[in-house]
Design a protein around this ligand. Structure first.
Ligand code: SF4
Length: 366
């Protein structure tokens, strides 16, 4: 638990964890909780969790579960899971089986396709989550309180987008690794604090430059990317990450929730299901590749980096399709395969350095 949450806990505030991007923080916040995005960073290893998973499960869920087994999430008062992928789904089963805290756990079923019927179904699921929190904690999530939460989170998203847009300039004011740090921090503290911090950051970015003459500009995409040091390693090799498509990145602030509606739960459903998707949404590949292409163009990127954790089923397929599309477009691309917190820095460094050199040579020929 971070220092900010410790203070809030001491004052009696409750904290609700959630896995992952399709769980509306607004609903949790409106119930009086601080939403906390679950994370694998700061894990000490996978020694204890390995017995619960097969050797072909992704290391992200193993690290998360190891933290849970070792009491690292004991500060939570509640936890919301969802059917992100089969690996994370299995983590929920193991959590129940091992009898790990907290007492309140809810499994949110999120559709895997985009359609009007799917949005309606998801609205029903969100109403179930709402009732389940209301009943367990004796709270009342009224439409007006939910509207206030929606407005706060929209404000936070708009501020994050402002920072991100600054990375379109020739002079980049914030590194990709720094942006990940911001994302990580602001999904683990009260939203009210996040807004103040983000406003301060924006003021301080004016006139700042982290650009270096020879750096290539890259869009970074992948899954389970939480390690700031990993992005620092890539950037130190000469790849300036100017845009991203990772869970703790642009999809978080890509779209806002509609405000001033009669039914804020439906508005949440609409936004969360139709927002920029991750590969769990099976019929949305064209929109995702379009978004990558747009980012390459609008952020003036020279190349694409695809980051994938070993055994991540969704991103294995996505990575191959992205490589094919980039080849057709003539955009240089590198696919990195790794374990979460797996080290392997020597090999990654060599590959990224060689890639940067190749892209710089290509640029010199144009
Ligand atoms: S990295 Fe891939 S396999 Fe692991 S939890 Fe995320 S989507 Fe699932």
């Amino acid at each position: 638990m971070n220092f900010r949450l410790e203070l809030e806990k001491a004052e009696g505030r409750k904290i609700m964890g959630y896995f992952c991007s399709y769980v509306p923080e607004e609903l949790i916040h409106a119930a009086g909780f601080i939403p906390y995005r679950m994370r694998a960073v700061e894990s000490a290893g996978t020694k204890d969790s390995s017995g619960y998973f097969s050797s072909t499960n992704c290391s992200y869920v193993k690290h998360c579960f190891d933290k849970a087994l070792n009491g690292k999430f004991d500060f939570l008062d509640g936890l919301v899971f969802m059917n992100g992928c089969d690996h994370s789904r299995r983590m929920y089963d193991n959590w129940l089986h091992a009898g790990i805290k907290p007492d309140f756990m809810h499994f949110l079923t999120v559709p895997h396709i985009l359609s009007g019927m799917a949005v309606d179904h998801y609205t029903g699921q969100l109403n179930k989550l709402k009732s389940s929190i209301e009943n367990a904690f004796q709270v009342n999530i009224t439409p007006s309180v939910l509207e206030e939460s929606v407005s706060l989170y929209n404000k936070k998203r708009a501020l994050l987008r402002t920072i991100s847009e600054m990375r379109k300039h020739d002079i980049v004011p914030v590194r990709g690794s720094e942006f990940l740090k911001i994302m990580s921090a602001t999904t683990a503290i009260p939203v009210e604090d996040s807004i103040t911090i983000l406003q301060d950051i924006i003021k301080n970015l004016d006139g700042r430059s982290v650009s270096s003459g020879n750096d290539i500009r890259v869009v970074f995409t992948g899954c389970g990317t939480e390690e700031v040091e990993y992005l620092e390693l890539i950037e130190d090799c000469g790849a300036s990450i100017v845009a991203d498509k990772i869970c703790l990145g642009s999809p978080y602030y890509a779209t806002l929730v509609k405000e001033n509606t009669d039914d804020p739960v439906s508005a949440l459903s609409e936004r969360y299901l139709t927002n920029l998707s991750c590969p769990r949404m099976v019929d949305d590949f064209r929109r995702r590749i379009q978004s990558i292409k747009q980012s390459i163009e609008s952020f003036h990127a020279d190349a694409l980096i695809l980051d994938k954790l070993e055994f991540c089923t969704y991103f294995s397929g996505e990575s191959l399709l992205f490589q094919k599309e980039m080849k057709e477009l003539g955009v240089p691309v590198i696919a990195l395969d790794r374990e979460f917190l797996g080290g392997n820095t020597g090999q990654i460094k060599t590959r990224v350095q060689a890639f940067c050199e190749k892209v710089n040579n290509l640029k010199a020929k144009i």
